[in-house]
Design a protein around this ligand. Structure first.
Ligand code: HEM
Length: 509
C-alpha cells in the first residue's frame, strides 16, 4: 500500500528536484550574464573553482594568501569571490597610476547591495557614489577635520585619554584585556568631538550609540557579503531587510534627537559664543556657504553616523594592535620609555609631538603592520578602461590590497617584523631624537649598533639600483588611510587621538 509517509517522501523528492533544477537554471543564467558583463580576459588570476571561485583558497589566512598572490601574479590581478570578479591592486605604483592619477575615473564606490542596503540608505560618505552629492558632503565634513580645525577638539582628546589611563590603572596590575576600555575611549571621544560638551559622558546616549554601532558592524561583516557574491543564494534565503529598516529607524531616533538639541542650543547661544567646540558647530559655516544651501536635515545626522562608523573599528583595531605589538617587543618599549623619560616630566602634550618621533613611528608602524581595513573600501570605475594592456571593465570592484602593499619587501625591509624605526627620517648615533639616515628602513629598536651598521650597508646596494619604489619620497610610507580622492577624511584626527592615547599609556607605565 502507498502509505502517507511514502507519499510525503515522494512529494518532498519532487519538490527538491524542481527546486534544484530552478536553482541550477538561475545559476547558469546569472553566470552567463556575469561573464558577458564582467570579463577580465587579460588579468592574471588564481585558478577559480566553479560556483565558489577563489573562496576556498581564502578560507584561512586570507591576507597572507592575497599577499602570496601578489608575489605570484604581480601588482594587479583578479580574483573571483563566488560569482563576482574583483580586481586587486598590490603596490604603490599601480595604486598611484589608477586611483590617484585617474581619480575622476576610479573614485566611485562599489556597493554590496544587500549588506550595505541599510548603510547606503543612511547616506554614509564612504559609500556615496562619486558625484556632486559626495563632493558636497565630503567638503563640508573635511572643513572641520583638517589640521587647523581639529585643534578645537584637543581638549576632548586630553580629557578622554586621561579617562582611558585611569580606567586602565584601576585594574591595579595583573593582566587585562583592554578592548572594552578602548572602545569606550574611541566612542566617547568621537561623541564629544561631533556634538561637543560632555556628550560622550552621557551614559544613556553612549550606550544607545554603542549598540547601534555594533549592529552596523554586524551588517557590514565579511560573512554578510555572501549574498552579494553568490546571488543564487538570494533565491533560497533573503537577508533580513526588516532588521535593516529597524536599525535605520533606531539610528534616526538617537541621532536626530541629539542633533535637534544642538540646533536649539545653536539658535539660542551662538551669538554669544557660548557653545562648546564641536564638529557640528564648525560645519555650520561650510553648510551656509554651499550654494542654495541644499543640504537636508537628515543628511547631517547621517553624516555623523558615517564619521563614527569610519572611526570606530579602525581606531579600536589600531590601538589594540599597537598595545599587542608593544607587549611582544620589549626592545620597542624600551626605546619609547627612553624617549618619553628624556622629554616628559609631566604627561605628554601635543606640543611634545615633534620631539617624540619614536612614538609617532610606533603608531605608523602599527598601521603599516596591521592595516585596520586591509582592503579599504572597494573603489569602482565609471567607465571601461585599459591599463598596461589589461582590460578593466566598468563597475568592477577594485580592492586596494593594503596589507600586501604595506608588506612589499621592495619598500619595507623585513616587512613581517614590527620595526617602528623604519619611519624615522633622521638618524645620528646618540639619542633617538636626532636620527638621520637615507632611508627609514633599519632595526633601530634592536639597540645593537653593529646590526644597524650591517642593515645600513645592505641598503646601499638597493640605493645604487635607484629603485623608484625606495626613493620616491612623495609617496606615503604606508597606505593604511587609502589613496586618491577617497582617502580617509579622518586621518588627521585619528593620528592625534592615537598619538595621545599611546603616549599617555607609555608615559604612565
Ligand atoms: C586608524 C584610523 C583610520 C584608518 C586606518 C582609516 C582608514 C580608511 C580607509 C582605508 C579609507 C578608504 C580610503 C579609500 O577609499 O581609498 C577610509 C575612508 C574614510 N574614513 Fe577613515 N580611517 C581611520 C579613521 C577615521 C576617522 C577617525 C574618521 C572620522 C572622523 C574616518 C572617516 C572616514 C570616511 C568618512 C571615509 C570615506 C571617505 C570617502 O569615501 O570619501 N576615518 N578610512
Amino acid at each position: 500500500m502507498f502509505s502517507i509517509m511514502e507519499f510525503l517522501r515522494s512529494l518532498i523528492a519532487i519538490f527538491l528536484l524542481q527546486f534544484g533544477i530552478i536553482l541550477l537554471a538561475k545559476f547558469v543564467v546569472l553566470r552567463k550574464k556575469q561573464n558577458q558583463t564582467n570579463k577580465l580576459p587579460n588579468l592574471p588570476h588564481p585558478r577559480p573553482f566553479p560556483f565558489i571561485g577563489n573562496l576556498l583558497q581564502l578560507r584561512t589566512r586570507p591576507l597572507e594568501k592575497l599577499n602570496k598572490w601578489r608575489k605570484e601574479f604581480g601588482p594587479i590581478y583578479s580574483i573571483e569571490l563566488g560569482q563576482r570578479h574583483f580586481i586587486v591592486l598590490n603596490n604603490h605604483e599601480v595604486v598611484n597610476d589608477l586611483i590617484v592619477k585617474c581619480g575622476s575615473l576610479y573614485s566611485s564606490r562599489y556597493n554590496f547591495h544587500n549588506t550595505n542596503s541599510i548603510l547606503i540608505k543612511s547616506n554614509l560618505i564612504a559609500l556615496t557614489p562619486y558625484g556632486d552629492k559626495w563632493k558636497r558632503d565630503r567638503s563640508i565634513a573635511y572643513s572641520a577635520l583638517t589640521s587647523r580645525p581639529i585643534k578645537a577638539y584637543y581638549k576632548y582628546i586630553y580629557n578622554d585619554s586621561d579617562i582611558l589611563l585611569k580606567d586602565l590603572m584601576m585594574k591595579n596590575g595583573g593582566s587585562i584585556y583592554p578592548l572594552q576600555l578602548i572602545k569606550k575611549f574611541v566612542l566617547s571621544n568621537m561623541l564629544n568631538i561631533l556634538f561637543g560638551g560632555q556628550s560622550g559622558q552621557d551614559v544613556d546616549f553612549f550606550n544607545d550609540v554603542m549598540e547601534v554601532m555594533d549592529d552596523i558592524s554586524e551588517f557590514s561583516s565579511p560573512k554578510s557579503i555572501i549574498y552579494d557574491i553568490m546571488p543564487a543564494l538570494n533565491f533560497v534565503y533573503k537577508p533580513n531587510t526588516d532588521k535593516a529598516e529597524r536599525l535605520h529607524k533606531r539610528m534616526e531616533q538617537i541621532f536626530s534627537s541629539k542633533y535637534d538639541r544642538f540646533l536649539r542650543d545653536y539658535a539660542q547661544n551662538n551669538q554669544d559664543n557660548k557653545l562648546p567646540p564641536s564638529f557640528l558647530l564648525q560645519i555650520q559655516d561650510a553648510i551656509a556657504e554651499k550654494e542654495n544651501n541644499t543640504i537636508e536635515y537628515h543628511e547631517i545626522w547621517e553624516m555623523l553616523i558615517g564619521l563614527l562608523n569610519g572611526a570606530m573599528e579602525t581606531e579600536v583595531n589600531t590601538l589594540m594592535w599597537t598595545l599587542a605589538c608593544l607587549a611582544i617587543n620589549p626592545g620597542v618599549q624600551e626605546e619609547a620609555f627612553q624617549e618619553i623619560d628624556e622629554l616628559c616630566k609631566n604627561k605628554p602634550t601635543f606640543d611634545d609631538e615633534a620631539d617624540l618621533p619614536y612614538i609617532s613611528a610606533i603608531i605608523n608602524e602599527s598601521l603599516r603592520y596591521r592595516p585596520p581595513t586591509p582592503f579599504g573600501f572597494a573603489h569602482v570605475s565609471n567607465k571601461d578602461d585599459e591599463y598596461n594592456g589589461c582590460f578593466i571593465p566598468k563597475n568592477t570592484p577594485i580592492l586596494l590590497n593594503l596589507f600586501a602593499i604595506n608588506h612589499n619587501e621592495r619598500r619595507f625591509i623585513t616587512p613581517e617584523k614590527f620595526r617602528p624605526s623604519r619611519f624615522l627620517q633622521n638618524y645620528s648615533t646618540g639619542s633617538v631624537k636626532s636620527k638621520s639616515i637615507l632611508l627609514p628602513q633599519f632595526d633601530f629598536d634592536s639597540g645593537i649598533e653593529a646590526e644597524m651598521r650591517n642593515k645600513r650597508n645592505s641598503l646601499k646596494g638597493l640605493l645604487k639600483n635607484n629603485s623608484p619604489s625606495l626613493t620616491n619620497s612623495s609617496m606615503p610610507m604606508h597606505m593604511s588611510f587609502g589613496a586618491g580622492r577617497r582617502y580617509c577624511i579622518g586621518q588627521h584626527l585619528a593620528q592625534k587621538q592615537l598619538f595621545l592615547a599611546i603616549a599617555y599609556i607609555l608615559w604612565a607605565l
